[in-house]
Design a protein around this ligand. Structure first.
Ligand SMILES: Nc1nc2c(c(=O)[nH]1)N(C=O)[C@@H](CNc1ccc(C(=O)N[C@@H](CCC(=O)O)C(=O)O)cc1)CN2
Ligand SMILES: Nc1ncnc2c1ncn2[C@@H]1O[C@H](COP(=O)(O)OP(=O)(O)OP(=O)(O)O)[C@@H](O)[C@H]1O
Length: 202
């Protein structure tokens, strides 16, 4: 199957996901965040890159709340969120709370504050990357914009890349291309964290 065919199947499955599961996933991710950061050995002095889930991505409750972002702030973490700028690598800005978020492209919510530039991802200790699915070897499939593919090469060699997928989105195989950057771990709401063994995995 092509990447687009696999995306269509995965998006169709997400649309079927009952609201109850989405509430549960959003709460489970927030509850798991401190343990996940510990398990990864995330440096408390360095920022964490998260994202505001869009549509049926795991992390957003059906009412739009994103408890995992609030949990990160409550832990005293410095949180960076992506700002999508055309075909360029993602820009980054600090998450200061829900009131900061403004509408962006593709129905996204983005931080409205000062942009730190695409290289800010290089300061992050952990980058949680949205994905439609991932494999145990660390291959991830995104929405096809190539935004994270262009940004992840700007992360530091010590940055841990974590794909965030639903519990049923760890799959045996995905089509991969040479530009696809492998992630070090796959995080699922209920199933937790799986290290992939990609180079640089802790
Ligand atoms: N939460 C989140 N933030 C993100 C991404 C992401 O996948 N998820 N991106 C990842 O690179 C970048 C933005 N790129 C995106 C590209 C397409 C769609 C999207 O929802 N597309 C619809 C098609 C309709 C449309 O484009 O409006 C879809 O796939 O159903 C979302 C984000 C940066 N921020
Ligand atoms: N490092 C890169 N530099 C320039 N273009 C790139 C790079 N990586 C990917 N692209 C382009 O981006 C497009 C989408 O790539 P791909 O299908 O792998 O996206 P994705 O990983 O699913 O999406 P995303 O990274 O946004 O979540 C392709 O046309 C690809 O050629």
């Amino acid at each position: 199957m092509t990447k687009d065919e696999v995306r269509r199947e995965l998006l169709a499955r997400r649309r079927e996901r009952p609201d109850d599961d989405r509430w549960r996933d959003a709460a489970a991710l927030a509850a798991a965040l401190p343990g996940v950061l510990d398990e990864l050995g995330a440096d408390p002095q360095r920022p964490v890159c998260l994202h505001v889930p869009v549509r049926r991505e795991p992390g957003a409750a059906p009412d739009g709340a994103v408890p995992v972002l609030d949990a990160a702030v409550a832990l005293g973490r410095h949180v960076l969120l992506p700002v999508t700028v055309g075909e360029a690598p993602l820009d980054w800005a600090v998450f200061g709370g829900r009131a900061d978020l403004v509408p962006g492209p593709h129905g996204l919510l983005e931080p409205g504050g000062a942009r730190r530039g695409p290289a800010a991802i290089g300061e992050a200790t952990v980058v949680v990357v949205p994905a439609l699915a991932a494999t145990a070897a660390g291959v991830r499939l995104g929405r096809g914009g190539g935004h994270y593919d262009r940004s992840l090469p700007l992360a530091s060699p010590t940055t841990l890349l974590v794909a965030l997928v639903g519990d049923d989105e760890l799959v045996a195989e995905l089509p991969a291309e040479p530009h696809d950057v492998l992630v070090h771990a796959v995080w699922r709401p209920t199933a937790g964290l799986l290290r992939t063994g990609a180079p640089g995995t802790p």
